[in-house]
Write a protein that binds this ligand. Structure first.
Ligand code: CAA
Length: 260
């Protein structure tokens, strides 16, 4: 299916999703965000696909934020009546039970930073820049930035970034725990796709449950999280892929996964 603002390509079991508004630095218009939800839902429903990569087109930006030109004329009534950002704040994370990676190739600002933080992890180009500059527009993060950034880098850095609007470069983001790794700019996509292929080659139920387990850590107490982890481990122990994985280890051969 063709989309207006998003390119979708499958490479084996990996889906590559590219926000395609390079002239507007991939600003997140309503159309982009609505299409992204559809694309991620389709990825999640497609049993041939095991991991996805989201990136921005062009050389400069992952996404420079929600589309300011679209918001400039909107009244509080428009925002409230449409419950602006409600779907975009959590729908992508709800429709994707399978893993996906944000490959941040430049500016990830405002909604762009918030979108990247919805990913299971972020790989950053050495030119990536992260920020929540909404305060400079007289507003504040609206797609989860104040919450997810604080969980990722802690209160001190998140508060400073939200209050000053300053950007964090890739090195600071890696030091702060916002990104898993920094990759040279021209190798970012290749590295992200290779990482996605590694994940795609894992037993799929185990990949989904590993993702779920780590995410539970942000939503619950330590005791409850550890209990859930143990239960998920026990469920995985009943799968064909567990028998295959452990037998393959003993027989010194790669596992052959059925996803059952
Ligand atoms: N919305 C709409 N258009 C945007 C945009 C945005 N968020 N960011 C950049 N653009 C457009 C510019 O208007 C410009 O378009 P024109 O050529 O038609 O003038 C084009 O992209 C290129 O941008 P610049 O000329 O500004 O490029 P630059 O290299 O000089 O600066 C930048 C780059 C520092 C990222 C700068 O564009 C910028 O500050 N962008 C806005 C960042 C921002 O404030 N983001 C937060 C938005 S609000 C939000 O996201 C709310 C939320 O929490 C969900």
């Amino acid at each position: 299916m063709a989309y207006e603002t998003v390119l979708v390509e499958t490479r084996g079991a990996v889906t590559l999703i590219t926000i395609n508004r390079p002239k507007a630095l991939n600003a997140l218009s309503s159309v982009v965000l609505t299409e992204l939800i559809e694309v991620f839902a389709a990825y999640d429903a497609d049993s041939s696909q095991r991991c996805a990569v989201l990136t921005g087109s062009g050389d400069k930006a992952f996404a420079a934020g929600a589309d300011i030109k679209e918001m400039v004329e909107k009244s509080p009534a428009d925002f409230y009546a449409g419950d602006f950002f409600a779907d975009w704040t959590s729908k992508i994370t709800r429709v994707t039970r399978k893993p996906w990676i944000a490959a941040v190739n430049g500016f990830a600002l405002g909604g762009g930073c918030e979108l990247a933080m919805m990913a299971d992890f972020i790989l950053a180009s050495d030119r990536a820049k992260f920020g929540q500059p909404e305060i400079k527009l007289g507003v504040a993060p609206g797609m989860g930035g104040s919450q997810r950034l604080t969980r990722a880098v802690g209160k001190a850095k998140a508060m400073e970034m939200c209050l000053t609007g300053r950007m964090m470069d890739a090195e600071e983001a890696e030091r702060g725990g916002l990104v898993s790794r920094i990759v040279p700019h021209d190798q970012l996509l290749e590295d992200a796709l290779k990482t996605a292929e590694t994940i795609a080659a894992m037993p799929p139920l185990a990949a989904m449950m590993n993702k779920e387990m780590v995410n539970v850590a942000f939503e619950t107490t330590l005791d409850t999280g550890i209990l859930m982890e143990r239960r998920m481990f026990q469920v995985l122990c009943g799968t064909e892929d567990k028998t295959e994985g452990m037998t393959a280890f003993v027989e010194k051969r790669p596992g052959n996964w059925t996803g059952r």
